[in-house]
Design a protein around this ligand. Structure first.
Ligand SMILES: *Cc1c(COP(=O)(O)O)cnc(C)c1O
Length: 358
């Protein structure tokens, strides 16, 4: 690929010495699990997003399960979740014993709206998972105004900014993934829960360590789900650069908009007042599959996401019509985006797209 879909390596290149030093620091310390690096990263992440607490866990999927349980979700409850998301957004509900109820999205923003959530509410709804999909910022305050607590799935939205603050500080709790290709990526798996509710934070800390606060008494069934010292040290090097990387992603998105391809395909719309740190730059076109092939042949990474939405997956299979989801699933196509994608390369993508549609 001359222009890959993802490029996190270029942004990390100037940090290699600092990253090696952080890894050496952990090696020298002999402390690998729940030590000073995790504690420091939790404090730094909480301060960055504007929440009181952060709790490091093993990955973004566990973060969702642990956060839901910490919010009191359990058997007999319903959790509203968009069907147009990565599968884990709904998969993580199953271990809580609650039932996922799928809601639609607005295909212009790829996010849930108060209207699509309202249509899925029932007296059994215990929480709504608002996914900040592709880095866009879902309208959390408007959804909480419906009277239900929101868990933000911010796996794709590290570095984004909403009208009321950063993802991670907008709902009752939020979850992050540090999978390597995410906006803030570890060198392996990692995740975190952020919240300003001390009870949720404390319960999440207990659940990530087998349901124990003191390692002696096991109050309920929990998980072995921890962020490790090595990943925390690596993330601490990167966190101070997240805003600059997000600016780079926004600059690349602005180049796409300025290239004029918006006359040929539908560009993604930021939600009201949001400055998304586009994790993925996803356009829509009736000719998406044909475009993906033509761009691939030109050495440009492009791929469709979630062509089969979650409620149509064999593991879940619910008979439900969600028109916005169907539209987004059918027509979406992610174009290359990264913190370092410059105007020249955006121009090459735009030219290849024009040629394919000519
Ligand atoms: C990546 C992702 C997850 C899961 O995170 P993992 O760290 O891979 O478990 C959950 N939700 C969304 C929207 C994601 O993009």
């Amino acid at each position: 690929m001359t222009i890959p879909l993802f490029d996190t390596a270029s942004a990390l290149a100037p940090l290699h010495d600092e990253l090696r030093a952080a890894i050496a620091r952990v090696l020298d310390s002999g402390r690998y699990i729940l030590g000073p690096e995790v504690r420091a990263f939790e404090a730094e992440l909480a301060a960055y997003v504007g929440a009181e607490h952060a709790v490091g866990v093993a990955n973004g999927t566990d973060a969702l399960t642990v956060a839901l349980r910490a919010m009191g979700v359990g058997p007999g409850d319903e959790v509203v979740v968009p069907s147009f998301s990565f599968y884990a957004s709904a998969e993580a509900i199953e271990p809580t014993g609650a039932t996922p109820v799928f809601c639609d999205i607005d295909p212009a923003t790829f996010c849930v709206t108060p209207e699509t959530v309202r249509a899925a509410l029932s007296p059994r709804t215990k929480a709504v998972i608002a996914v900040h999909l592709f880095g866009n910022v879902a309208p959390v305050a408007e959804i909480e105004a419906l009277g239900v607590p929101v868990l933000e799935d911010a796996a794709q939205a590290a570095g984004s900014l909403g009208p009321d603050g950063r993802p991670g500080s907008l709902g009752a709790a939020a979850t992050f993934s540090f999978y390597p290709s995410k906006n803030l990526g570890a060198f392996g798996d990692g995740g975190a829960i952020t919240t300003s509710d001390a009870r949720i934070a404390e319960r999440a800390r207990m659940l990530r360590f087998h349901g124990s606060r003191d390692k002696q008494t096991f109050e309920e069934f929990g998980y072995n789900s921890r962020l490790d010292e090595l990943q925390a040290a690596i993330l601490r090097v990167q966190l101070p650069h997240l805003d600059a990387w997000a600016d780079g992603r926004r600059a690349a998105a602005a180049c796409y908009a300025a290239s004029g391809i918006g006359e040929l395909v539908t560009l993604p719309s930021a939600t009201a007042g949001a400055q998304p740190a586009w994790h993925l730059y996803v356009i829509r076109s009736e000719r998406a599959d044909e475009l993906a092939q033509a761009l691939g042949a030109a050495g440009i990474g492009a791929r469709a996401y979630y062509r089969r939405p979650i409620h149509r997956q064999p593991a879940i299979a619910v008979d439900l019509e969600l028109p916005g989801t169907r539209e987004a699933a059918r027509t979406n196509l992610a174009l290359p985006i990264s913190p370092t994608l410059d105007a020249e390369r955006v121009g090459e993508v735009a030219a290849a797209l024009r040629a394919a549609l000519a």
